[in-house]
Design a protein around this ligand. Sequence first.
Ligand code: GLN
Length: 489
Amino acid sequence: MLNQLTISELAARLVKGETSSRAAIQACLDQIQRADGQIRAFISYDAADALAQADAADKALASGSADRGRPLLGVPIGIKDVIAVKGQPLNCGSRILDKFISPYDATVVQKLKNAGAVVFGRLNMDEFAMGSSTENSAFQTTCNPWDRTRIPGGSSGGSAAAVAADECIAALGSDTGGSIRQPASLCGCVGLKPSYGRVSRYGLVAFASSLDQIGCFTKEVRDAALMLEVLSGVDPSDSSSAPQPVPRYATGLTGDIKGLKLGLAREYMIGGLEPQVKQAIDAAVKQLEKLGAKIVEISLPHTDYAIATYYIIATAEASANLARFDGIRYGQRVAGADPIELYSKTRGAGFGAEVKRRILLGTYVLSSGYYDAYYLRAQKVRTLIRNDFLKAFEKVDAIVTPTSPTAAFKIGEKADDPLQMYLMDIFTISANLAGICGISIPCGLTKEPKLPIGLQLLGKPFGEETILRIGHAYEQSTNWHKERPPLKA
Ligand code: GLN
């Protein structure tokens, strides 16, 4: 079935004329029909638009224009509901953007279209990307394809579930504190968060601008390399995008990692790690050693402060970014006697509880009298956390960690306990504070129920080539990435 293929498999068949883009998108739409009633990964999708894009791709394929410049020609890619696609809904999982249609394409979407991809679907997410389970979506909770009583992770849970359930070939997500890597881990796919500045954020609705980064969900590491090459590069519309050259990431996947040094952080050997997760990570580390990597113990001494630092900086930035949703410019409006009443009624009705909690917290830490004690101090600690990583990377080429301390938990299990939920990000959050890159790769399954476990590799700023190379070598020496959730055909 075409929807089960990877990007490289599908692209190869399309170029050889063995199949068509229309058949590929139709296979995805059929799978959505079959499976998405239970998974609920898609908030919506525009089948007619997707088929029209596929027909255009088929025309281009027939005329032989599938050259190096269009590596994704005809490949269906799903989009998280926080990334703008011209003419399509842009809700960010929130009621406040009810019926809002994006007037323009995000830079990444333009790049995907230029590369020939069929861009389709609005993938479910926690409201404004705040959460770790998709339970904060105003529309629906997405279910984990491996066990539908469990969460798929978040905030990009829709993207992860859709890729794991073969409803699209790959997907875009965003990662502010782990929102690509954690759901990828919990759903059993590959999730890549590029370094800050690697990929343009233009057209990504901002949650915390200094932490947000767009990345991809794929079925194998090679596809992540292909996607990253398309997505990367400086963009005049995003002044935080970096003018670093874009490597040909896929050509670096040599399978050879002999002599590379991998760091294990002392501070990450925490209690609270699920025993089966620990076993899987230990086995993965052994496997990496077998492939010729050297394991080195490192220290990231400020790890304990990462979650607190993140929840000050992220909420501060969110409170400023979300001020634009005032009922005047976008989406929903609730009338009021004067502008202040209109704002507060609109925001009161439009935002969900977690978003309100974060706006309150963020406004508080920025308020006069508390700014120095919280926000400014958090910024200083952030620098210490970044310096921990930079120092570690003087000794090692990459750092190995679990992606998430546990496998997927039950829907509702942590919904009423935000602090428990925040702890799910313990291994992912520091990478965003430090601006470094990270990837999550399937490395095992728990027993009864069978649930995916993810291995995280963290790399230097703009060190994506190295973590892709290590991830690919590991993946190709195991079969974990080939495991599929037990969905009914
Ligand atoms: N789970 C984290 C949060 O709730 C990270 C979210 C994200 O990366 N967007 O903020």
